[in-house]
Design a protein around this ligand. Sequence first.
Ligand code: SF4
Ligand code: SF4
Length: 99
Amino acid sequence: MSATHAVTRAGTPWEPVYLLSIDAAECLGCGRCFKVCGRNVLALTPLDEEGEVAEDEEDIERYVMTVANAGDCIGCGACSRVCAKDCQEHGAAQALKVA
Ligand code: SF4
Ligand code: SF4
């Protein structure tokens, strides 16, 4: 079944591709996706050496992007187009899950 929920201004059906998850093992934490998202969906998150969210500043090993507000994504796909690591999963609204 089609997941089309929207049309372009010209009335052409358009299928949103919502951000479902980001692979933390592949993400560079570069922030490019964050910069192009106008919906405050993403958050740069500090990880410790075990790959868990770092609670203290001295435990931070690296940063990765996470899907902080999944329900606010409009499925524009802009974040996907700027990611050099191809580490994002996108899909239809029916498959929405909080990462
Ligand atoms: S698909 Fe669009 S709205 Fe959703 S996270 Fe990516 S840039 Fe933001
Ligand atoms: S653009 Fe890709 S590699 Fe960069 S922070 Fe976003 S998901 Fe990670």
